[in-house]
Design a protein around this ligand. Structure first.
Ligand SMILES: [Zn+2]
Length: 390
């Protein structure tokens, strides 16, 4: 299989580190405002990849996280404060909503589904390794990764320093912190400080009380569950910088094993009404709302009819069309019989998917098979792509 790798910016032949085994880490949600169609697009795209790897005979070990805490005050912590409820309750509420939506879409649940707040020891261990390797410094109980000591701190994003500063600003990274040697240095551990508001959690560490940085969470959870080097690391493409660039710098800085992840896979962005779907723009399409009118299979069809790494615009007419197609497929495949599964049909499917996981083309093949009354073959492909068998 060839797959587009953001690290090499190339369609690379996929070969796993260990034969017939794949380790994959996909960055998970920050638990609020879940689950909008952008989330569903990312996680169902990876679901299709994982199902296809399994179809190819790989044993897949898959880790995904929940960023229920991080070094910034916004996100879950800030919202919990605004709503005057404990942050743990808010994180659990939105995570449960996400998991139930994804279950309805019939995703394969990750082998390891981890809450950052429960994995602090592995983060502390990794930070200590980075300090021992002389790549980090401590000021007032906070720990920072010294990016000037990191060779190729652009190997994934290929951004200039100016572009990095702009992106970091967009993500509200703590650029003006006077304790940092350079603005782009990465916060590995944020000290609680004497005046920390009470709604923000605090954990004990050898560096003092505090909480982990956002980026170190994923490095630590990936290494603790999948090992120092993994096959695939994924997420939405907006995570390339600073999050994933930081993960590489931290992980390779701690373990000295290069590469941390062999293939970096980034999904495209979903637009609605001409803008990226986001809470701040007020243009979120929630999956739970779609369930009121459309079946999970129709939503999966809509998602897989878009190339996983391209941006696309949600239009309801496309979902209506998807619903009609899945209704027809389900009626024909499960109420009629016939056609047999020809070997060359499955080979055709494999060829299509082996070219960068081309699910839109695979769906075209499915429609073609239905048209030709090759119903058994169509059903086999339908189920391999993760559609539910009604
Ligand atoms: Zn992450």
């Amino acid at each position: 299989m060839k797959i587009y790798n953001s690290l090499t910016q190339n369609l690379d032949e996929f070969t796993s580190i260990n034969p017939k085994k794949v380790t994959i880490y996909v960055c998970g949600i920050t638990p609020y405002d879940t689950t909008h169609l952008g989330h569903a697009f990312t996680y169902i795209s990876f679901d299709a990849l994982i199902r296809y790897l399994k179809f190819q005979g790989f044993k897949v070990t898959y880790t995904q996280n929940v960023t229920d805490i991080n070094d910034r005050d916004k996100d879950t912590l800030q919202r919990a404060k605004e709503q005057n409820i404990p942050w743990q309750n808010l994180a659990k509420y939105w995570t449960d909503k996400f998991l139930s939506d994804m279950k309805a879409l019939d995703w394969i649940k990750p082998t390891n589904y981890l809450f950052a707040s429960r994995e602090i020891p592995s983060m502390i261990k990794l930070i200590q390794q980075i300090i021992d390797n002389n790549l980090a410094y401590i000021v007032n109980g906070s720990v920072y990764l010294d990016i000037l000591k990191i060779k190729d701190f652009d190997k994934l994003s290929k951004l200039s320093k100016e572009e990095m500063l702009q992106k970091a600003k967009d993500f509200e990274e703590d650029l003006e912190n006077p304790d940092k040697k350079t603005p782009l240095d990465i916060t590995l551990w944020k000290a609680s400080g004497a005046n920390q508001p009470t709604h923000i959690p605090s954990f004990d560490s050898p560096f003092g009380k505090g909480r982990p940085g956002w980026h170190i969470e994923c490095s630590a959870m990936s290494i603790s569950t999948l090992g120092e080097q993994i096959d695939i690391h994924g997420g939405g493409k907006d995570l390339i910088f600073p999050h994933h660039e930081a993960e590489i710098a931290q992980s390779e800085g701690a373990t000295n094993k290069i590469p941390f992840a062999k293939y970096w896979i980034h999904t495209g962005t979903v637009y609605y009404q001409g803008e990226k779907m986001s809470k701040s723009k007020g243009n979120l399409i929630m999956v739970s709302e779609l369930f009121k009118k459309y079946s999970p299979n129709a939503i999966r069809w809509l998602i897989l009819s878009n190339n996983w790494r391209k941006d696309w615009e949600y239009k309801e007419e496309d979902l209506i069309k998807a619903q009609k197609i899945v209704n027809l497929i389900e009626y024909l495949s499960f109420h009629l019989r016939g056609g047999g599964t020809k070997k060359d049909t499955l080979e055709q499917f494999t060829q299509i998917m082996n070219k960068d996981l081309d699910t839109p083309k695979a769906l075209d093949l499915l429609i073609f098979l239905i048209d030709k009354k090759q119903l058994s073959a169509a059903k086999k492909i339908y189920l391999t792509l993760g559609f539910k068998n009604y």
